[in-house]
Design a protein around this ligand. Structure first.
Ligand code: ATP
Ligand code: MG
Length: 466
């Protein structure tokens, strides 16, 4: 039997994985300099955590959550009932009394008694909810200053797979939790994000910002928006029509070409912010300018998750088609309280779509070669011990080395070195050994020299960083 990875997930193989490591390492280094520490949370949590924080009306929760019932007893019962139901369907008997009977029997035997919230589990579609859950669970508000956390890892959403959109995808994210909501914190989070993008040499990124108000001013704006949308209901697509009731802000997110002229006429939230939110937004822009950060305001940037308030931001990058957002973030001051933590804790954070970042880096041709440095060719059985010894020493000097297990012909071995993308071939032959020297050949231009071991180590180590 032959197997394939299922729809919407994929394998990340070398050499591409080397670029992933490089990018993740850069994130760790940059975030550390801003005082962030890594948090590792589980990849699955109670379904209710996501429903409650991300929002019951969001696509993530209504359509995209991977959930299951984590109870062997319930699942056994369901399997038995289902087996009967399928059998009944085959017999084209609707409302088969046998199925009903079976279900009642299972219920009476108490199979479903234990089915409750703790049995419903979801793969995480994002990590902010988990980070906040962990913050509360471990009483991290007692820690001094702001709590600054970053994470790296897979997220799961059952979306329609396409370029830059997968069912298992990866995020690099950071969260700042603490008592203050000062806009300087928002600006510093954005600064850190851009410092990371600069470190990995992402070209052509654009920052968009917006403020979506808070619980004082947003409800009135949302009502206003709903009123305006009702007037143009007929001209909207099915999704937007539904959202008039469930989540009018999300209409602003629509990418349907025919809806664009209508959306252009809708009221802007900037004109409906309360004084406190307007001041917060003005100060954010001043703080960004102070850091020489360029941005564009986008009044339609509302983000898909319910917990955002005030500052929202997004970063786009080239080479991604319509999936061009590489990072989304914003302020979520009410989330800690919503999940049962101290009301005084405010929060802001972002999540970078690592898969899309990689696509953009590869598209820009900035992917660095992270490959093989030395191909160690040995000739004559007597030279093998010396080759093994040299390989170990080179690796101790952090060089990546390929040592053939069996002797190869000279031409074959150099051709393999070439195809493996090695930068150098080091040749260990009987003559070389007798002279206490090794021949090293730079494969890019054929430059060749004979060096004693200490000089060889020196030469290769220097060229590694060059
Ligand atoms: P989009 O509008 O592109 O669907 P989103 O608003 O759902 O993005 P967030 O929940 O804010 O995205 O997640 C942050 C980032 O994670 C996005 O900017 C994107 O780069 C990435 N991302 C989100 N969903 C996926 C996915 N299914 N596959 C790959 N990357 C994703
Ligand atoms: Mg999405």
């Amino acid at each position: 039997m032959k197997f394939q990875a299922i729809k919407g997930v994929r394998d990340i193989l070398p050499p591409e994985s080397a670029l992933w490591n490089h990018v993740e390492q850069a994130a760790r280094e940059v975030f550390r300099t801003y005082g962030y520490g890594e948090i590792r949370t589980p990849e699955f949590e109670l379904a209710r955590l996501f429903e409650h924080s991300v929002g019951d009306e969001t696509d993530i929760v209504t359509k995209e959550l991977y959930s299951w019932i984590d109870s062997p007893k319930v699942n056994r019962a369901l399997r038995r009932v289902r087996a009967k139901a399928i059998a009944a369907a085959y017999r084209a008997i609707h409302n088969d009394p046998a199925v009903r009977e079976e279900l009642i029997k299972e219920m009476e035997a108490g199979a479903f008694d234990t089915l409750n919230e703790v049995n419903r589990i979801s793969l995480r579609p994002e990590a902010t909810a988990s980070v906040v859950r962990a913050y509360i669970e471990h009483g991290m508000q007692a820690r001094p200053g702001n709590v600054k956390l970053y994470y790296l890892g897979p997220m799961f959403r059952r979306e329609r797979p396409q370029k830059g959109r997968y069912r298992q995808f990866y995020q690099i994210g950071a969260e700042l939790l603490g008592p203050s909501d000062h806009p300087a914190l928002d600006a510093e989070v954005i600064e850190m994000l851009l410092a990371f993008f600069a470190r990995v040499n992402l070209q052509g990124a654009n920052l968009y910002i917006n403020s979506i108000g808070d619980r004082n001013c947003r409800p009135a704006y949302v009502e206003r928006l709903r009123g305006e949308l009702q007037k143009v209901r007929d001209k909207l697509g099915a999704d937007s029509q539904r959202r008039i009731e469930t989540n009018p802000l999300r209409v602003l997110d629509s990418k349907l070409p025919e809806e664009q002229p209508i959306i252009d006429t809708l009221p802007h939230i900037a004109d409906h912010l309360c004084d406190a939110c307007r001041e917060h937004y003005t100060e954010l822009k001043r703080q960004l300018a102070l850091r020489k950060i360029e941005y564009e305001e986008n009044w339609r940037l509302v983000r898909g998750l319910d917990y955002y308030m005030r500052t929202t931001f997004e970063i786009t990058a080239p080479g991604l088609g319509s999936q061009n957002a590489v990072c989304g973030g914003g302020r979520y001051d009410g989330l800690v309280e919503l999940l049962g933590g101290p009301a005084a804790t405010k929060g802001i954070g972002f999540a970078i779509g690592t898969d899309r970042l990689m696509l953009s880096l590869q598209d820009a041709g900035t992917a660095e070669a992270c490959g093989l440095q030395v191909f160690l060719a040995w000739f004559g059985a007597a030279t093998y011990p010396a080759a093994v010894d040299l390989a170990r020493k080179l690796r101790e000097h952090h060089l990546s080395v390929e040592l053939p297990a069996q002797e190869m012909k000279f031409g074959k071995s150099l051709s393999l070195a070439d195809r493996l993308g090695a930068r150098f071939a080091v040749i260990v032959g009987e003559d070389e050994l007798a002279a206490g020297q090794f021949t090293v050949k730079r494969l890019a231009d054929g430059d060749q020299r004979k060096l004693a071991e200490a000089d060889l180590l020196d030469y290769l180590t220097k060229s590694r960083t060059a």
